[in-house]
Ligand binder design. Structure first.
Ligand SMILES: *Cc1c(COP(=O)(O)O)cnc(C)c1O
Length: 213
């Protein structure tokens, strides 16, 4: 898998939710440093057990009242889907004298259930975000539709890249800071890479299937 990712210069986020610390340590020993978690309590517990140079990426749906638990150490938050949440991350980051990298989650899939901002909401959040000093908006995150129609998946990823380019031109011209595209999971990461992903979030392909029971 790394051989497939490297030519695209994208980074691998190893999604370790529900997996024990030993499994993370094994991948760490093989050189992996970026790990993604979906649940606050689980991420906090693992952070306490594992090496301090791990970069923890929060990729789940984050509730405002839980930001304070991950603010001391989280490296990047992928799923920002409201200004209210972004403002809370900014507030908690300031308490720790930190600037936290954030990605805005956009809604690209056809399913109603997936979280995320539409273009209008994305624009509104970026306008308001200009005043925040303890978050750095590094790009966009999205999940494609869960479908066998690979053309549709590709089209959704392409749409994300277009949004990134448009928003960069409008809000960060020439800065080079708004560049990350977090897209692609075990089932669709090769398409995501072809469409410009810079962060693929891969779980089951690395750790095996998850057992939620
Ligand atoms: C669980 C999860 C992943 C990883 O999914 P796999 O199909 O196991 O690779 C990626 N992104 C998000 C947001 C997730 O919740």
């Amino acid at each position: 898998m790394l051989e497939q990712i490297q030519p695209f210069q994208a980074q691998l986020v190893a999604v370790s939710k529900t997996k024990p610390a030993e499994s993370i340590q094994a991948l760490y020993d093989a050189g992996q440093r970026i790990f993604g978690e979906n649940y606050v309590q689980e991420m906090v517990e693992k952070e306490g057990l594992l090496p301090k140079d791990i970069q923890w990426h929060f990729i789940g749906h984050l509730q405002s009242n839980k930001v304070k638990y991950i603010a001391p150490f989280v490296s990047m938050i992928h799923g920002i889907d409201s200004f209210k949440l972004l403002a809370e991350v900014n507030k908690q980051a300031a308490k720790h004298n930190r600037v936290i990298d954030c990605l805005l989650q956009v809604h690209i899939a056809t399913e109603e259930t997936k979280f995320g901002l539409n273009e209008e909401e994305l624009t509104a959040v970026l306008e308001q975000a200009a005043t925040l000093t303890n978050v750095r908006i590094a790009g966009l995150m999205g999940m494609a539709s869960n479908t066998d129609d690979l053309d549709q998946v590709r089209g959704e990823f392409r749409r994300m890249k277009e949004l990134l380019t448009a928003m960069e031109a409008k809000f960060f011209p020439g800065a080079g800071t708004f560049r990350e595209l977090s897209m692609g999971m075990s089932g669709d990461y090769t398409i995501a890479l072809e469409e410009g992903s810079t962060l693929v979030r891969i779980g089951s392909l690395l750790f095996g299937a998850r057992n939620y029971a």
